[in-house]
Ligand binder design. Structure first.
Ligand SMILES: Cc1ncc(COP(=O)(O)O)c(C=O)c1O
Length: 397
């Protein structure tokens, strides 16, 4: 393979299109898909040296694969970290990032406004392995301070959170977490690498579901873990991934490499469309609360301006009436699809109380502000006038 190295450091937009490309002897323009489980050695000596780590020959696709390595390198350049480990899904990334290090007796502090599966890892799985978990209201620095007044091993948070768009002061929490001895893991899915830079704000590890904006066209699952910490890689993550196997497939890595080429263009359009739709919904007669980081009405607008470079693509809002009325509104949609995915080119709507946060239970949902009226809308790349017209006709249905 001819590894085309940049002659100088490329700018981020160039890296999105060319970063990490390893061209084979066939000179293909598009990156190749290496659909192979294993690799052939020139000799038994080379196999031995590869297993000893003295030769960087690929060994087995559970460890690494050329297509996956290209995806990892492009993600690494985008995030600006030393390391990137791709995973089979966003949840694979969250689980590996936390559980590669945590052990019985350790203390994990996490924000309580989490995606349902992230909450399951923190509140069910981690305690099952003997990890003590403290859940806090992520918007309340006093709660973080109290929880982090005792020695802590890891901190996990999602900001903006799914689906109520709570914002956590990354800089302030990272400082407290480091004092308590913890590594800080941030799920940056809603913000994307474009709209928020957690490592620059003090986080140690950033995780993505690349299923969302990085694929961006609803085709494949994937995830990534990014960080600078060599000890974390050598002592924990490398061996955890090798021996438990949550690896990204070469095909999905290739799909997502292609997705990255248009990531910035898409995220820019997502943000423009989402702001226009949020403004349309705010003050509409059939709509209650509208939560969107780009609206001045968001209670944490000052913090959003300080730590985010854009509002993202997801809006949460309440439809006046009971569950039946909300379902009638959703069922009346002609263009917007009912689906629990997000970050897609297609606009997608879900009812968190009965889908992504069903397991949370009525009490848990009440604490998180997830009412039966709340709808989550992931704004796509369609003409924004068509999106607004669809919402208008469904509200009148
Ligand atoms: C904030 C957040 N984290 C993680 C995930 C999990 O990603 P995946 O579905 O790729 O496992 C999701 C999925 O919706 C999410 O919204």
């Amino acid at each position: 393979m001819s590894d085309k190295k940049p002659t100088k450091t490329w700018r981020p937009r160039t890296n999105l299109v060319r970063g990490g490309t390893m061209r084979s002897q066939f000179g293909e323009t598009s990156e190749a898909i290496f659909l192979t489980s294993g690799f052939v050695y020139d000799s038994a000596e080379q196999a031995k040296a590869s297993f000893k780590g003295e030769d960087d020959h690929f060994i087995y696709s559970r460890y690494s694969n050329p297509s996956v390595a290209m995806f990892e390198e492009r993600m690494r350049l985008l995030e600006g970290t030393k390391f990137c480990q791709a995973t089979a899904s966003g949840m694979g990334a969250v689980f590996a990032a936390l559980m590669c290090q945590l052990k019985a007796g350790d203390h994990l502090v996490a924000s309580r406004a989490l995606f349902g599966s992230c909450d399951y890892i923190c509140t069910v799985l981690a305690p099952q392995y003997g990890v003590r978990t403290t859940m806090v209201d992520g918007t309340d620095l006093n709660q973080w301070e109290k929880a982090l007044s005792q020695p802590t091993d890891m901190v996990f948070m999602e900001t903006p959170s799914n689906p109520t768009m709570e914002i956590i002061d990354l800089e302030a929490v990272a400082k407290m977490a480091h004092k308590a001895g913890a590594r800080v893991v941030v799920d940056n899915v809603f913000a994307t690498p474009y709209l928020q830079r957690p490592i620059e704000l003090g986080a140690d590890i950033v995780v993505y579901s690349s299923t969302k904006h990085i694929d961006g066209q609803g085709r494949s699952l994937g995830g990534a873990i990014l960080f600078n910490d060599e000890e974390y890689w050598d002592k924990y993550l490398r061996m955890f991934i090798r021996h438990t196997g949550p690896t990204l497939s070469a095909f999905n890595a290739w799909v997502q490499l292609k997705g990255m080429e248009t990531l910035e263009l898409r995220v820019t359009r997502h943000c423009e469309n989402a702001l226009a739709v949020a403004q349309f919904l705010e003050g509409h007669k059939g709509i209650g609360r509208v939560i969107f980081p780009g609206l001045d009405s968001h209670p944490q607008r000052a913090l959003i301006k300080k730590q985010m470079q854009g509002p993202g693509s997801v809006i949460a809002f309440e439809v006046m009436g009971d569950e039946a009325r909300v379902f009638k509104f959703m069922n009346a949609m002609n263009l917007i699809d009912i689906s629990n995915n997000l970050g897609d080119a297609k606009s997608l709507m879900t009812h968190p109380a009965t889908t992504t946060h069903q397991r949370t239970g009525p009490e848990g949902r009440a604490k998180l502000g997830i009412t039966d009226q709340l709808v989550r809308l992931s704004i796509g790349l369609e003409d924004v006038e068509d999106i607004k017209e669809d919402l208008e006709q469904a509200l009148n249905a």
